[in-house]
Design a protein around this ligand. Structure first.
Ligand code: 4AD
Ligand code: MG
Length: 451
């Protein structure tokens, strides 16, 4: 572990380092929280956890003294401690190590009046399957092994996205979150009072990215997007993390290659950095490896509709695919599939009409397998001034909020496109979570903005 200046308060030893044999036989100072504690009036076994792992610490009354021993014995789960002791390799111990305790300082005790211990099993039991209790106590539930695992996976997913785009010389670019118009339709817009006017929370970075496309040519972001989704499903949040990219001089096929590239990179990074965590969640590493190594097939919307109709699903040509349909379609996929060429009537004005057949637009969704469904939406943009004006008017959308967007075309428009990837959805799919709220620290939906 690299350290800068080490002060008294700074932590110098991580549990993972001990478990990797970096401190064998040494005196160490451990800082962490009690995960479990048991024992007798003479000896206590305290499992201490930090962000890197957990280790059993053995405190004998003879060795630590009466007062220290009593403090350890009465300390509740999640009390924070500083332990001094010897890092002792021991085959019988979990992880192959234990700490022979010499001294314990209780830093932050847990109030004995607290109504429940912060353990996964106690919290799940108190919740009784309703999930409301776990969500009300999310700030504490974050410390459990399952949530910690999800947060670590999430960190690796964010890192993989940044690396993917930066390695390809994309520039990270930020758009405003207060905006004047819709990107993805008016029905999911969040309205906010804005000094006597109306503003909205952004649904997507895209339109502002297109304005910077002539300046930067290859750009990306990872930022929150907001949608007033009334329906609560296993893959919708009202605030979600959106990885978006925009690239000049690219067509739908090239943009799909980037989408495939970033999802494969995410899967490869998880295998590399988080295989233990994936296995602890019951994920099959070969499945994740297939997502990392395979090409993703591309099929047209019409073919998907035919397939669904063949499976007896009621769907009319022209309808966007909702979750119930994507679920059926992707149940038997073994890798993600792109669906391309949706009907123009199913998509917003910015999608470029297919010059070969005006009923369709040059767009794509990437559908994840295992019944998960859409994780990416993107495509080519309507890029000439005449066409964008025609599409805006055809949709009956007012031109005024989009004047900056129209100007992008008026002043040297070029073919371009991009996509948005729902980062929480990707985390949810790859971790095998039942629900998207399991993979984000403080999920937001139509009923909850707390804690
Ligand atoms: O398909 P969407 O609506 O596309 C756009 O926003 C484009 N403007 C993106 C672009 O081209 N730059 O959203 C993109 C992705 C979806 O495929 C989905 O993964 C995710 O964003 N997403 C959500 N994730 C969680 N909760 C929600 N309510 C989501 N809405 C969209
Ligand atoms: Mg979409």
């Amino acid at each position: 572990m690299l350290l800068g200046v080490v002060g008294d308060a700074m932590k110098t030893t991580w549990i993972s380092d001990i478990l990797e044999g970096k401190h064998d036989g040494q005196k160490v100072e451990l800082k962490g929280w009690i995960k479990r504690s048991r024992g007798s009036n003479k000896i206590r076994f305290v499992v201490l956890r930090d962000s890197t792992g957990s280790i059993q610490c053995v405190a004998k009354k003879d060795a630590v003294g009466e007062e220290c021993f009593e403090n350890v014995k009465s300390a509740l789960i999640e009390s924070s401690l500083i332990i001094h002791g010897l890092a002792n390799p021991d085959e019988r111990a979990d992880g192959g190590y234990e700490i022979i305790v010499q001294d314990v300082e209780i830093v932050g005790p847990v109030n004995p009046d607290t109504p429940f211990p912060i353990t996964e099993s106690a919290m799940v039991a108190a919740d009784g399957g309703e999930t409301e209790f776990l969500l009300d106590n999310r700030h504490l539930y974050l410390r459990t092994t399952r949530m910690t695992t999800m947060l670590k996976l999430r960190s690796s997913v964010f890192g993989a996205i940044h690396s993917y785009f930066r390695d390809l010389d994309f520039l990270e670019y930020q758009a405003p979150n207060f905006v004047a118009g819709a990107v993805e339709g008016g029905s999911t817009l969040f309205e906010v009072p804005y000094f006597g006017r109306k503003a909205y929370l952004t649904q997507s970075w895209q339109l502002y990215a297109e304005a910077a496309m002539p300046a930067l040519e290859r750009l990306y972001t990872i930022a929150p997007s907001f949608r007033a989704e009334k329906s609560r499903t296993r893959r919708h949040l009202t605030e979600f993390w959106h990885a978006e990219m925009e690239v000049a001089w690219a067509d739908n096929n090239e943009i799909m290659s980037y989408g495939e590239g970033v999802v494969r990179k995410i899967a490869a990074t998880l295998l590399d950095e988080r295989s233990e965590e994936l296995e602890s969640l019951g994920r099959d590493l070969e499945t994740i490896a297939r997502y990392a190594d395979s090409a993703y097939p591309r099929m047209r919307y019409d073919e998907a509709v035919d397939t669904l109709q063949g499976m007896g699903v009621e769907i009319e040509w022209g309808q966007d695919l909702d979750y119930s349909k994507e679920k059926v379609l992707t149940q038997d996929f073994d890798v993600p599939h792109f669906l391309t060429h949706y009907p123009k009537i199913a998509k917003p004005f910015y999608h470029r009409v297919d010059p070969d057949d005006e009923k369709y637009v040059l767009c794509h969704d990437l559908l994840a397998p295992e019944g998960y469904g859409e994780i990416i939406g993107g495509g080519e943009r309507t890029w000439s001034e005449a066409e964008i004006l025609a599409r805006i008017d055809e949709e009956g959308t007012p031109r005024e909020p989009y004047q900056f967007y129209i100007d992008t075309r008026t002043y040297g428009g070029v073919p371009h496109g991009g996509f948005g990837l729902g980062v929480d959805r990707v985390c949810s799919w790859l971790s095998g979570a039942e629900h998207i709220r399991e993979v984000i620290p403080f999920p937001r939906d139509s009923r909850r903005v707390t804690p």
